[in-house]
Design a protein around this ligand. Structure first.
Ligand code: TEU
Length: 579
């Protein structure tokens, strides 16, 4: 009973403003750069933008640390620029989602400055202030209130000399957690971060860390899961907590109260991991919380639950199950899923799940991943550069990384184990494969100059991925009919033309689940059945058709494929209608 909605059928293109297009030659991408490229987005076939944070910020975590929710960061432009961007996008029939970062704000936000000023300030309770647990007998320093580890490494608590208490920061030190239990704090978040942008025309929000706002009262110690670490991930003590669904209902209600022009807004909450029960509550139309959620099982695969930068081996079967985990739970309900492989927190999917070792395998596996993605049920997300088949950068020394998550974890490990330790070596290996920085290098518009058309002559804020000189850029790919870019354009078109089965299909079932090289499944919509088969290897692979029905090939990675034969070339994928 999933009813059609614009956001279910949307193709959402995510833009990372720092790295998309620099319009004023200062080395940083900006809003006017995005405006100048709206036609590129349109031409790709995307119909919705999600723009990562462009709000005023000291940029400790690339804008996910906001110091003024109602103002554009001057390096990105002005409020007028974003209002114009929204209008221009709308005139091209492109909708705009902005990022709502409200689990925490910046320590430079006026709310936090006031809160920190003294213990009796009216905003003291807007953040999590706690007394030290005691004094460390060895160092004489105050002890943190509990053993929680920040997601970026080290303690989740920062001692503040001014009032001799600690504040909680689940992410960077400059990102104090807001206290959602406080009614006034909630009202301020709603009015500033949410209401301001709705009143200014956005079509919805990507909601950052939407599962973390309700912490277990008393903030107890986390169980010891990683003995090698001095601090422990708080996990269930902060995720999908006791009041989280109440908060989302309140926020949804508030959102609807801000709209008086009939706009249908959508929200996508970043939820990471949650049980089926919680996932259904978040997304059921009846519960009125979120439109849809991002879960992480398929992108977190191959990383340890104890520590993301500790790699563990995984099989194709495990990945298949993880991919299916992002939508299987909603079958037959009034919930709705998302389908994505990349975002600004993930490495390039070709380097992670395909094969970037030769130009041929890169192109083939990028097309394969695109084909798989468009065949999955849910709202489709494409991250800037994914449409080019972008790859991870290679052999960068740790000093070249920008990400606060990379740098904080590195510092903590070096302090504990030493620079030349095997722990640090392993961390560096993991970074090369899965660092968030892989997604954040400036976008390559062409192969020219030092910046591939990103800036005119300025040095970009972040190093370029050299691959822009080897054909991975918009200009070169646009000219080549066999490029990944042109393949993506067609793939998005085919998804729209066959949206019943591709976007809305249900009753997903794996075929040959145990096969170590094939990813294949069927799904249905009314009287239609789809059979999808993908070769996740560099070998020729033979597959069997599930039964003796007629199989009509309608889309695939390899031109001129013989649909009647079950022989797949390396990284070949096909979509069939079963007649
Ligand atoms: O990420 C939240 C999150 O759950 C992170 O653990 C993220 O998955 C991890 O860093 C990947 O290694 C969001 C944003 O997407 C991220 O960019 C921010 O740094 C973070 O929140 C804090 O706002």
């Amino acid at each position: 009973e999933t009813k059609p909605k614009w956001w279910k059928e949307a193709t959402i293109y995510q833009i990372y403003p720092a790295s998309f297009k620099d319009s004023n030659n200062d080395g940083w991408g900006d809003l006017n750069g995005i405006r100048s490229k709206l036609n590129y987005v349109k031409d790709l076939g995307a119909d919705t933008l999600w723009i990562s944070p462009f709000f005023d910020s000291p940029q400790k975590d690339m804008g996910y640390d906001i110091c003024d929710y109602e103002k554009v960061w001057p390096t990105y432009g002005t409020n007028e620029d974003i209002f114009n961007l929204i209008k221009e996008a709308h005139s091209l029939e492109i909708k705009v989602l902005v990022d709502l970062v409200i689990n925490h704000c910046s320590d430079q936000h006026k709310w936090f400055k006031e809160s920190r000023s003294n213990k009796t300030n009216s905003k003291r309770d807007w953040f999590y202030w706690r007394k030290p647990k005691g004094v460390c007998p060895k160092t004489g320093k105050p002890l943190a209130p509990n053993n929680w580890r920040s997601f970026f490494g080290g303690s989740a608590w920062k001692y503040d000399n001014k009032t001799e208490e600690f504040y909680l920061h689940l992410f960077a030190v400059g990102q104090p957690d807001l206290n959602w239990e406080n009614v006034e704090c909630r009202a301020a978040i709603f009015d500033n971060a949410v209401g301001f942008w709705l009143r200014n025309g956005v079509d919805g929000f990507r909601i950052d860390t939407a599962f973390l706002y309700s912490k277990i009262p008393g903030l107890p110690d986390a169980p010891l899961t990683n003995p090698l670490d001095d601090f422990q991930l708080p996990g269930d003590l902060v995720s999908n907590g006791p009041r989280i669904h109440e908060y989302h209902k309140l926020m949804r209600h508030y959102m609807l109260s801000q709209i008086d022009d009939g706009r249908v807004i959508m929200t996508v909450g970043e939820v990471g991991s949650a049980g089926d029960d919680a996932r259904l509550k978040y997304t059921s139309e009846r519960s009125q919380e979120l439109s849809e959620i991002f879960t992480f099982r398929h992108t977190d695969i191959g990383t340890s639950e104890k520590f993301r930068y500790s790699l563990v081996p995984f099989t194709l079967k495990e990945w298949k199950l993880a991919v299916a985990d992002s939508f299987l739970w909603m079958n037959g309900t009034d919930s709705w899923p998302t389908t994505y492989f990349e975002n600004h927190d993930q490495p390039r999917s070709v380097s992670r799940f395909g094969d970037d070792s030769t130009p041929k395998s890169r192109v083939a596996s990028a097309k394969l991943l695109a084909s798989l993605l468009i065949s999955l049920t849910g709202t489709l997300y494409v991250y800037q550069g994914q449409e080019l088949g972008s790859v991870n950068f290679k052999n960068w020394p740790i000093e070249d990384y920008e990400d606060v998550e990379a740098q904080t974890n590195y510092r903590v490990l070096v302090e504990k184990f030493g620079k030349d330790s095997k722990e640090v070596k392993k961390f560096e290996e993991a970074l090369a494969l899965i660092s968030r920085d892989n997604a954040r290098t400036p976008f390559p518009w062409n192969s020219k100059g030092q910046t591939g058309g990103f800036s005119d002559s300025a040095k970009p804020w972040f190093k370029m991925n050299d691959s822009f000189r080897d054909g991975i850029n918009v200009e070169d790919e646009a000219k080549d009919p066999k490029s990944v870019l042109n393949f993506w354009k067609n793939a998005i078109k085919v998804r729209k033309e066959n949206k019943d089965i591709l976007v809305y299909g249900y009753n997903f079932e794996f075929y040959e689940l145990d096969h170590p090289k094939l990813f294949s499944f069927t799904k249905e919509y009314a009287k239609q059945t789809l059979f999808a088969v993908f070769n996740f290897s560099g070998d020729n692979v033979q597959f069997k058709f599930p039964d003796s029905n007629e199989y009509q090939l309608f889309f695939g990675t390899h031109d001129g494929a013989d649909g009647a034969s079950g022989n797949l070339k390396p990284w070949e994928g096909r979509l069939y209608f079963v007649e």
